[in-house]
Design a protein around this ligand. Structure first.
Ligand SMILES: NC(=O)CC[C@H](N)C(=O)O
Length: 302
């Protein structure tokens, strides 16, 4: 495995330069574009990593999975009264569908859906950002994880689109807490910094029927873990979920920080990171690395 990861990164490296680092959040635009990392964690507890696999980066939309899992833990099936679990076929920050569908977002992995999930969590936790920080620290086994205040502030300053979605949902009665407070929580979750190794460990419960192999903690029931994987497989890469299923064939979740997490049910959790994005907002080299890895080991679930 170690050799395979090194080989794949060497093959992928020439793609660096073909994508664009996210710049709509100014604090993210400062990231050096030529970084490339990967980590694989097996259900037997073996961690493999290569390149910049231990360098922390902004997890951005990957945090939407952690928020969803927290909401499922305390509210179960009840959350689906507020949003759907259908693919949207739209960019992650699109507003058009939201008005047609009366303020009910298609799924928890587009921004509108993640904001509703954060609203649900805001009603439940006295300090949502701290609950999230402690949750990801436990899931990854890394007690030092923090949210990057500079990135969170930069996102808040440039919140117009996300704020527009949240206020639109409020106008339809699908938002219960103060919009600005929920936006703060949401941006703090997005701004958490984790490495590929941290994320591979943190997602391992989804490869292991809901139990974290390294801590033994039951995070979700086996059925709930399957359901989260199903939503990742159908909606984890926004309007590129179909392409990801075709090329990689695994449940996955991307973020505009350039990370992509994927789950090989029953076997592995994987994270790749390269900050340059393709036009859909997914890591260009990251997609290619996962495609190669999945092809070499025949990992596709299809
Ligand atoms: N796709 C993403 O990673 C988007 C997350 C980002 N914080 C936003 O709200 O726009």
């Amino acid at each position: 495995m170690q050799q395979l990861l090194n080989e794949i990164l060497d093959e992928i490296r020439p793609l660096i330069g073909q994508g664009k680092v996210a710049s709509y959040i100014p604090a993210l635009a400062c990231v050096s574009p030529d970084q490339l990392g990967i980590a694989v964690y097996s259900n037997d507890g073996e961690l493999y990593y290569a390149g910049d696999g231990l360098t922390p980066f902004s997890i951005q939309s990957i945090s939407k999975v952690f928020s969803l899992v927290q909401a499922i833990q305390h509210s179960g099936e009840g959350i689906w009264e507020r949003l759907g679990h259908e693919p949207s076929g739209q960019p992650f920050n699109s507003l058009v569908q939201l008005e047609f569908e009366r303020g009910v977002p298609r799924n928890p992995f587009i921004n509108a859906g993640a904001l509703v999930i954060c609203d649900i969590n805001e009603s439940r936790f006295a300090a949502p950002s701290l609950s999230m920080r402690d949750f990801v620290r436990r899931l990854s086994g890394n007690r030092l994880l923090v949210s990057d205040e500079v990135v969170a502030r930069s996102e808040y300053q440039h919140r117009a689109r996300n704020a527009a979605m949240a206020y639109l949902m409020q106008s339809f009665g699908n938002f219960h807490n103060d919009v600005e407070a929920v936006l703060h929580s949401y941006f703090h979750h997005c701004a958490i910094r984790m490495s590929c190794a941290d994320l591979a460990l943190a997602f391992s419960f989804l490869a292991n029927d809901g139990v974290s192999p390294h801590s033994g903690e039951r995070v979700l029931t086996p059925r709930q873990a399957k359901q989260v994987n199903a939503i990742m497989a159908t909606s984890g890469l926004y309007d590129e979920a179909g392409n990801f299923a075709y090329r990689v064939g695994l449940p996955g979740k991307s973020g505009v920080g350039g990370g992509i997490v994927a789950v090989v049910p029953g076997r592995f959790s994987v994270c790749v990171w390269s900050p340059e994005l393709n036009p859909a907002g997914n890591s260009l080299a990251g997609m290619a690395a996962l495609e190669k890895l999945s092809e070499r080991i025949d990992w596709s679930i299809f």
